[in-house]
Design a protein around this ligand. Structure first.
Ligand code: SFD
Ligand code: AMP
Length: 632
C-alpha cells in the first residue's frame, strides 16, 4: 500500500498493550532498563489512561493476600485458586503472583488510589481476598505511573492508538510486532530483542446477550478482542486451558458485577418462587466432589446451581438487594437518625459500586426506577469470555520461576525467566498468560512487574539486535492493508456497500463467528451445552469462515481495525473449539457442559490441555501436560 508510510521502531524491549499487566511491566522494566542502558517501546491500541478492562475504573482490588499482616499466606491463595478451577491450576505461577501482589497494592496506594479503611486504619475487605476502593480513576493512576517510568528512558517511547496485528516471526523466534495507526496512514514495524504480549482477553467471540440496540455492552471490555491469543498462537506458542472460558453471573442487561453484593453486602440470590438455589441444590455438589464440597464453592459450580433453576423454569434469578440492605441497617432500627444515616450510606455504596466500574448498570437502575433498597434486580449468566486473569484460565503456557520448581516440576514448568512462552523472546502476562487464574487487576499488574524484570534479564542474556528480512516486512504490510484494497477494488460493484459478492464486512464476519460459536460451541442460546457432533460442525463452519478471511473489506482505518479484531477473535474461537473437542469430560459445568461426556473424569483428564499451531503448516497439535501440586 503506497499511501501508508512505514515507520520502523527499534527497541530492546517491546511491551504490547497498555493495560494492567503492561503498566506493571513498564514500571518494573523501566527501573532495570535504566540501570542497564536498555530501551523500551510500549504500544496500545487506545490511550493508556482509559484503555483495557479497567477503563471505567473498578470498585475492588480482587487479589490482596495480606501476608505482612498475617491475614493469609501465598499457600492459602494457591489452595483457593486450584479449588476454584476444579483442580486445574499451575501452582507455581499462582504462588508467585500471590507472594508479590501485596507490594503492587501498596504501590497503587502510594500512587494515589483510595483504598477503603476502617476506623482503625485497616483495609476494608469485600471478601477474604478483596479490598474495596474508590476506583473511578484507578486506570489513570496506574497508567500515570507507567508513563512516568517510561519517560525516565526518553520522550517518544509510548505509541498510543496503534493497533498490533501480529508478530514478526523468523527462524522460530519472535523479533517484534507489526501494526497500524488507527488515525494516520502509518504502518508500524516494531523490532525488539524481547516482546511482551499483554493485550488482554477476548469478548464478542460468542454472540452476546446484548444484541440490537444493546450491542456493544458486555461485561468485559468490547475492545479486548483476542489480540493476545492471536499473537501468541501466530508466533507458534503453546497455549493452555483454551477450553476454560469464563461465564460471569452479572446483573442482567447491563452486566454489573456481583462481588460486592455477595461478599460485602452478603446478599442472597433467589429464584422467581423465592427458592435459594445455593441451598436447595446443594446435593448436586456431591457429583463434583471433591471440588464441590469445599468453601468457597467454585465459581462455575455456583453458576451451575443457578442454571439448574433456570432449566427447570424457575427463573428469573434475583439478587436480593433490598433484603441485604435491610439486614445491614436492621440494628439501627431503634434510632431513627442513625437508621436514616446508615440507609443513606448503604445506598451510596450500592450506587458507587456501579458508578466506579460499570456505569451502564447505574444508568439501567435509573432508567427502570430501580431503588436497590426497595427492589431486587435480575442476575443472569453472561455469554462466554476468554480471560486468563479472572475466573477463566485461557492463555499462553509460560515458564515459571526457577526457585519454585521441584524435581518433579522443573522439566515441565520452567525453561527460562518467569513469563517466557515456548517461543524464544516472547513473553505473556495478565489475561494473555494461562493456568494462573484469579490474578484480577492487582495480580495482573504484579505479574506484569515480574515479567518486566524477566524482559530485562532476557535481553541482557540474549543481546542481539533482531535482523528482519525486507521480504517479511513487505508481506506483512500487504497482508495488513489487504482489506482496504478489497474494498477499493469492489465498492462500485453494487449500490449498497454492505451487500457485495466480492467481500464481507467486518461486522458481518463477526456476526457469523458469533452465531457459529453461540449455537454449536455452547453459547447462551445453546444453554452453554455442546457435544462432539456440534463441535465438529463448528469446526466445519469455522473453516468456511477462515476461507473468507481474505475477503474482509475495510472502508476506513477504523474498519480495518474491526477487520483485524475479528481475525483475532477467530484464532481464539478455533483454539477454544479444538480444546473443547479434545477434553472428553465435563469439568466446569456452569462454564460449559459436554452432554456426550457429562461427568468429570479425574483419572483421564486431571491434566492441562495445551495446543499449538505450526505457523508454517497451520497444523494444530493437542498436548496433555501433567498437573503437579507444589502446595499441600
Ligand atoms: O468485579 C491492544 N476485573 C476486576 N479486577 C479486580 O481486581 N477487581 C474488580 O472489581 C474486577 N472486576 C472487573 C474487572 C474487569 C471488568 C471489565 C469489570 C469488572 C467490568 C478484572 C481486571 O480488570 C483484569 O483482570 C485486568 O484488567 C487484566 O489485565 P490485562 O493487562 O491482562 O488486560 P487489560 O487491562 O484489559 O489491558 C489490555 C490492553 O491491551 C490493549 N490492546 N493494544 C495494541 N494492539 C492490540 N491489538 C490490542 N488489543 C488490546 C488494550 O487497549 C489494553 O491497554 S469484577 O467484575 O471482578
Ligand atoms: P465478581 O464481582 O463476581 O467478579 O466477584 C469479585 C470477587 O468475588 C471474585 O474474586 C469472585 O471470585 C468473588 N466472588 C463473587 N461472588 C462470590 C461468592 N458468591 N462466593 C465467593 N466468592 C465470590
Amino acid at each position: 500500500m503506497s499511501g501508508f508510510e512505514t515507520v520502523v521502531v527499534e527497541s530492546d524491549i517491546l511491551i504490547l498493550g497498555g493495560g494492567m499487566a503492561a503498566c506493571g511491566a513498564a514500571v518494573e522494566a523501566a527501573y532495570w532498563a535504566k540501570k542497564n542502558g536498555l530501551s523500551i517501546a510500549l504500544v496500545d491500541k487506545a490511550a493508556m489512561d482509559r484503555s483495557g478492562a479497567v477503563a471505567m475504573g473498578l470498585s475492588a482490588l480482587n487479589q490482596y493476600v495480606g501476608i505482612a499482616a498475617g491475614d493469609n499466606t501465598a499457600e492459602d491463595y494457591v489452595r483457593y485458586v486450584r479449588q476454584d478451577l476444579m483442580g486445574v491450576a499451575r501452582e507455581d505461577l499462582v504462588f508467585d503472583i500471590a507472594r508479590h501482589v501485596d507490594s503492587t497494592v501498596h504501590l497503587f496506594e502510594k500512587w494515589g488510589l483510595p483504598i477503603w479503611k476502617d476506623a482503625e486504619g485497616k483495609y476494608v475487605h469485600e471478601g477474604r481476598w478483596q479490598l474495596m476502593i474508590n476506583g473511578e480513576s484507578y486506570k489513570i493512576i496506574v497508567a500515570e505511573a507507567a508513563k512516568n517510568a517510561l519517560k525516565e528512558l526518553g520522550d517518544d517511547n509510548i505509541y498510543e492508538r496503534v493497533f498490533i496485528t501480529g508478530p514478526i516471526v523468523e527462524d522460530g523466534k519472535c523479533k517484534g510486532a507489526v501494526g497500524f495507526s488507527t488515525r494516520e496512514n502509518k504502518f508500524y514495524v516494531f523490532k525488539a530483542k524481547a516482546t511482551l504480549a499483554a493485550m488482554g482477553g477476548a469478548v464478542h467471540v460468542f454472540k452476546p446477550r446484548s444484541t440490537g440496540e444493546g450491542f456493544g455492552r458486555s461485561w468485559y471490555p468490547p475492545f479486548n478482542t483476542g489480540s493476545s491469543a492471536h499473537f501468541t498462537i501466530a508466533a507458534g506458542a503453546e497455549m493452555t486451558c483454551q477450553e476454560v472460558r469464563f461465564i460471569p453471573i452479572r446483573f442482567k442487561d447491563a452486566y454489573g458485577p456481583v462481588g460486592a453484593w455477595f461478599l460485602l453486602f452478603k446478599s442472597r440470590a433467589t429464584n422467581a418462587f423465592g427458592g435459594e438455589y445455593m441451598v436447595e441444590r446443594r446435593p448436586e455438589l456431591q457429583k463434583w466432589a471433591p471440588y464441590g464440597l469445599v468453601k468457597p464453592i467454585p465459581a462455575n459450580l455456583r453458576n451451575w446451581l443457578g442454571m439448574l433453576d433456570i432449566f427447570d423454569g424457575k427463573g428469573p434469578i434475583y439478587m436480593r438487594t433490598e433484603e441485604a440492605i435491610g439486614r445491614l441497617a436492621e440494628q439501627y432500627k431503634d434510632d431513627k437518625r442513625a437508621y436514616r444515616k446508615k440507609m443513606r450510606e448503604l445506598e451510596n455504596e450500592a450506587w458507587e459500586d456501579f458508578l466506579d466500574m460499570t456505569i451502564s448498570q447505574a444508568h439501567l437502575w435509573a432508567a427502570t426506577n430501580t431503588k436497590p433498597e426497595e427492589r431486587s434486580s435480575e442476575i443472569a449468566a453472561c455469554e462466554p469470555y476468554f480471560i486468563g486473569s479472572h475466573s477463566g484460565a485461557s492463555g499462553a503456557w509460560i515458564s515459571g520461576s526457577a526457585d519454585l520448581q521441584t524435581d518433579e516440576t522443573r522439566d515441565e514448568y520452567c525453561w527460562g525467566p518467569y513469563g517466557l512462552t515456548t517461543v524464544p523472546s516472547l513473553f505473556a502476562a495478565g489475561d494473555a498468560s494461562g493456568a494462573s487464574s484469579h490474578k484480577f487487576s492487582s495480580g495482573s499488574h504484579a505479574e506484569g512487574r515480574m515479567v518486566g524484570k524477566s524482559l530485562v534479564q532476557y535481553v541482557l542474556e540474549h543481546n542481539e539486535a533482531p535482523v528482519v528480512s525486507d521480504a517479511t516486512i513487505e508481506s506483512l504490510k500487504a497482508e495488513i492493508f489487504h482489506p482496504m484494497e478489497v474494498f477499493e477494488a469492489h465498492k462500485g460493484d453494487t449500490t449498497d456497500p454492505n451487500v457485495n459478492p466480492a467481500y464481507i464486512r467486518p461486522r458481518q464476519f463477526m456476526y457469523r463467528l458469533q452465531k457459529i460459536m453461540d449455537e454449536y460451541a455452547g453459547g447462551v442460546s445453546a444453554a452453554f451445552a455442546t457435544n462432539k457432533v456440534m463441535l465438529d460442525r463448528a469446526m466445519e463452519l469455522l473453516a468456511f469462515l477462515r476461507e473468507d478471511n481474505d475477503k474482509l473489506a475495510a472502508e476506513s482505518l477504523y474498519e480495518l481495525e474491526r477487520a483485524w479484531e475479528n481475525r483475532h477473535r477467530l484464532a481464539q474461537a478455533e483454539a477454544h473449539v479444538r480444546t473443547l473437542l479434545f477434553r472428553e469430560e465435563t469439568r466446569w459445568p456452569g462454564y460449559y457442559f459436554r452432554s456426550d461426556t457429562p461427568k468429570m473424569d479425574d483419572d483421564s483428564w486431571k491434566v492441562f490441555v495445551n495446543c499449538k499451531k505450526d505457523p508454517a503448516s497451520d497444523d494444530w497439535e493437542m498436548i496433555k501436560r501433567p498437573i503437579y501440586s507444589i502446595i499441600d
